[in-house]
Design a protein around this ligand. Structure first.
Ligand SMILES: Nc1ncnc2c1ncn2[C@@H]1O[C@H](COP(=O)(O)OS(=O)(=O)O)[C@@H](OP(=O)(O)O)[C@H]1O
Length: 441
């Protein structure tokens, strides 16, 4: 390693990647020979294959990072180490190291504390409206692609590869954000690239779980399960970033979840379509909740620690997601299946493209919201978003809304009002306490 670290490192990384690739192929072929791939539990196999596909990117990267750190390769000069520096320090500059990356961005942080209540309200409204519009469209298209039957005249078929949809969404979001970064001036990026991989894996897996879940539960059932997701997000916040929440925050999270559940049950939405919830469906929804709550918390921790801009975060996370999903797609033949499906059904290309555009637009608002307001507020907005879209459809199409539904809406808005009220009270008490201690000095 001392004489020619680059060549040895390169050889080791390639060898690890190749070994993992071969191992994954052998395992998937062996499993396919033994187990029936068509049964209800077939999603477990697809999940294992997906993880194996991700491992072919993850393991070589781990070897690369581990060895480079051990031999301090990223601190060496020269442009041949640029990619390594980017992965380990977040910048191609030679002077940066990992500790530097943690402190450098403080000045560019969106300092919400210093903003007035009015500015905060405007910013929050902007994020809410942006998320509403992009994800309203996204939700409609997502349900359409996974449940619709496409026909080319004589054959009717349904699209089944969730991984491909995730890939298309991510590559478009990566291109959007990449072009934006190239065209605009941004502060120096200081987030080690590899750190994006954790939230990228959890994000792609949460999407995978929710697309797969739609094969076992109806769309309204999925929405119902998501209505309580603010609680796992708070619990995960304690695990990931040791976040401390006040009692009123827990209480209002429970109120929002209860209110949303009552509203969804009372809006009659769950009576539409296939309402069978299988064990597979329930497991996939649990997987979705766990991965999803990790994603936003991890991103929030990165925003706090390294202060990337939201576009930089979007670009980094989507780059990683493209790498993971494409490895998995190549391994499982997903590209071949999806492209031949698309060639038979041109309407599918249009549906995919529109979903990807709405998803990329939505991501702009997601990252802005998490960086400015944190994962819990983001999750509340997304939860309320689902309720509002159902409420809108009740009003537009004159669907019946029962007493329980109306009570649910009331409880959700009461919870949000209480949350804002207590947050203000809490802040006021803190300011008063600071004033008192300042006057004592
Ligand atoms: N934190 C974070 N970072 C990046 N992307 C995220 C994040 N949270 C949600 N998403 C993407 O938003 C899409 C909708 O997600 P959800 O269905 O979980 O949201 S909702 O609460 O049900 O509205 C879904 O998009 P697609 O994966 O493109 O389908 C999610 O991946």
């Amino acid at each position: 390693m001392q004489k020619c670290p680059g060549a040895t490192l390169f050889a080791l990384v390639i060898a690890t990647g190749f070994a993992t690739w071969v191992f994954s192929l052998i395992i998937s072929h062996a499993v396919r020979l033994i187990i029936d791939e068509e049964g209800e539990a077939s999603w477990i196999l697809r999940f294992i294959f997906t993880i194996l596909g991700y491992a072919t990117v993850f393991l070589p990267c781990y070897v690369l990072i581990h060895l480079s750190r051990r031999h301090n390769l990223h601190t060496l000069g020269g442009c041949q180490w640029r990619l390594l520096r980017l992965i380990l320090t977040g910048t191609t500059l030679e002077t940066a190291d990992e500790t530097d990356s943690k402190i450098s961005g403080t000045t560019r942080a969106s300092n919400l504390e210093s903003k007035t209540l009015y500015q905060k309200a405007i910013s929050l409204t902007y994020c809410c409206v942006g998320l509403q519009i992009s994800y309203l469209l996204w939700g409609i298209l997502q349900e359409k692609i996974m449940t619709r039957e496409y026909t080319d005249g004589d054959k009717i078929e349904q699209f089944t590869d969730s991984q491909f949809l995730v890939f298309v969404n991510r590559i478009l979001a990566f291109m959007f954000s990449g072009i934006y970064l190239l065209l605009t001036h941004q502060n120096v990026h200081r987030t080690p690239l590899y750190k994006y991989s954790f939230c990228s894996v959890s994000n792609t897996l949460s999407s995978w779980c929710q697309y797969e879940a739609l094969k076992f539960v109806s769309f309204p059932t999925q929405v119902l399960a998501k209505s309580a997701k603010v609680i796992p997000v708070m619990l995960m916040g304690k695990l990931v970033s040791r976040a401390q929440y006040k009692n009123y925050e827990y209480a209002t999270a429970v109120l929002i979840s209860v209110g949303m559940t009552a509203f969804l049950l009372g809006s009659g939405g769950d009576k539409k379509g296939n309402n069978v919830t299988t064990v597979s469906g329930a497991l996939l929804l649990c997987g979705y909740l766990i991965f999803d709550s990790f994603t936003a918390n991890w991103q929030s921790a990165l925003f706090k620690e390294h202060k990337p801009s939201s576009i930089q975060m979007m670009c980094g996370v989507n780059l990683m997601s493209c790498l993971f999903t494409s490895a998995s797609l190549v391994q499982q033949g997903g590209f071949f299946y999806s492209l031949s499906f698309a060639s038979r059904h041109p309407v599918f290309i249009m549906d995919c493209l529109l979903t990807a555009i709405s998803s990329a637009l939505g991501q702009l608002f997601i990252f802005a919201t998490i960086s400015k307001f944190g994962p819990v507020v983001f999750t509340i907005i997304m939860t309320v978003r689902q309720g509002l879209s159902i409420l809108l459809s009740c009003l537009l199409y004159k669907h019946h809304l029962s007493g329980m539904g109306i009570l649910g809406v009331f409880v959700v808005f009461l919870a949000i009002f209480l949350r804002i009220y207590y947050a203000q009270q809490h802040k006021k008490r803190k300011l008063d306490a600071a004033d008192v201690s300042a006057s004592k000095v």
